[in-house]
Design a protein around this ligand. Sequence first.
Ligand code: SF4
Ligand code: SF4
Ligand code: SF4
Length: 282
Amino acid sequence: MSNFAVLQLSGCAGCEVALLNAEDWIDRYRLVYMPLVITAYDVPAVDILLVSGGVRSDEDLYNLRRAVKKAGQVVAVGTCAISGGIASLGDREDVREHFTAQLERRHLPTMLPKCRPIDAVVEVDRYLPGCPPTPELFLAILFDPPDRQIAKTVCHECGRKKLRDRRPAHLTGFQEGEVLPEICLINQGYLCVGTSTRGGCRALCTRPGHPCVGCRGPSDALIEKESAAWFKSIQSVFAAMTDVPADELDAALRSPQLALFLFQFADYAGTGRMPRPKEKVV
Ligand code: SF4
Ligand code: SF4
Ligand code: SF4
């Protein structure tokens, strides 16, 4: 029986909960390390190491570098490990000041100057984006079926119909208004970025009526480009389907609801490093 471990860096443990919900792996894999549910002092040698969370502190850095040496394969799991996610909030000066201001916190791990995705530090074999990835996606990464197919974009899984003759003049506020079934959320003025977002989640949010905020990251067409390309793609979809002014859209794209996900390339832009190759992304 193959074994695997889960190393949790700075994140929220949501990825771990999603993995536990994907119980079908239990007959085929032995989970040997996962501090959330297993008492074990250190990561043993494993076939697969799943890493969630961003590299936010010196402790993250130490644990990550140590653990990958014992792993046959390293998988970056979730938005935090792949691009920083919520752990990147610590990059904000006000958050950093708040964290370091209190004397009694001095025994906590030291925050690094910037939160980094794990592939800024170690080699990553595969990537599983999502916040968190769904249980089904966890099974796809563990079982790696040869016939696995991931929908190109969330739109391909959504089933809502895009209409030509329904062009909203302004955005409907986040979680405001009534959502009509079956009609594309963009036609209803919602800021849905499913057109440019990688599929695989089965349109978990959009089918019941919540706009996609892009947690699965950019689709294959955009994944090897910088963040500007993702923004441009979303802007051209809205220009084609709505009459929402460009500045209104731009302000909404940078709002807190979307900022954690739409800045998924921030760590690559300007560093000279290549963004994750699409062949490695599930
Ligand atoms: S990717 Fe999302 S669910 Fe996973 S640790 Fe980060 S914030 Fe939590
Ligand atoms: S609601 Fe969003 S995901 Fe669904 S079709 Fe419209 S843009 Fe695509
Ligand atoms: S619909 Fe969008 S935000 Fe929701 S799970 Fe899928 S990719 Fe993430």
